[in-house]
Design a binder for this molecule. Structure first.
Ligand code: MG
Length: 217
């Protein structure tokens, strides 16, 4: 079965059951709507996995669609923050710093989001590095959304660990893909190019910075 992907028009804004503006994160509404639309298709085939949950914004968009199909969304994040989230870096948020343990921790905020969105029956948190979870992972996935660290090492590990686990006909989505280097960092764009070069995926282009590909059948 091949999913009927049509990205020629913007996806409608979904009913999320939570004020999404109260969830911290870096995802535009049209990108979120697109993720919701794609997850609704993918959930008919099998489980969905996202890498880089942070405070759960994309998890809500994906999870709401997956829940409607009584499916499963794996939400993978070590919750220690990417390079840019650490103290002194450009995207550090003091609200997400665990003072008692002297380290960044987005997991409490993530859990709060999932509870507020009533997605506990759908979302399974995987709190570990991406490559650690990928190591023994056997299940094929109907959709993988890569939105993890933006260093080349992190993006490469996410791609190497997970792109091959997308089932034939399934979806690979990558966030923060900027064809113009002036708009943002290169690693997500680089792994998008690798996916295209592999010839294992069909390109559906970009919704803002969200690249969408479909694994060939
Ligand atoms: Mg992102």
């Amino acid at each position: 079965m091949s999913l009927p992907i049509d990205l020629s028009v913007p996806a409608p804004q979904p009913e999320l059951g939570i004020d999404i503006d109260t969830v911290k994160g870096f995802l535009a509404p049209d990108e979120g709507a697109r993720l919701h639309q794609l997850a609704g298709l993918a959930a008919q085939l099998g489980p969905v996995l996202e890498i880089g949950s942070y405070c759960g914004k994309s998890t809500v968009y994906l999870g709401r669609a997956v829940q409607e199909h009584r499916g499963t969304l794996y939400a993978l994040d070590h919750h220690r923050g990417s390079e840019e989230h650490q103290v002194g870096e450009g995207y550090h948020d003091p609200d997400l710093f665990d003072v008692a343990r002297n380290r960044f921790d987005s997991f409490p905020a993530f859990r709060d989001t999932i509870e507020r969105a009533a997605l506990d029956d759908t979302v399974i948190a995987l709190v570990a590095p991406s490559s650690t979870v990928a190591r023994d992972w056997q299940s094929q996935l109907a959709m993988v959304f890569i939105d993890g660290g933006h260093s080349m090492a992190a993006a490469q590990a996410d791609f190497d660990g997970w792109a091959s686990k997308v089932m034939p006909g399934g979806i690979l989505a990558i966030h923060d893909v900027f064809p113009n280097p002036a708009d943002g960092g290169r690693p997500p764009f680089e792994i998008y190019q690798q996916a295209l070069a592999s010839n294992r995926f069909v390109d559906f282009g970009l919704t803002r910075s969200l690249a969408v590909l479909q694994r060939r059948g």
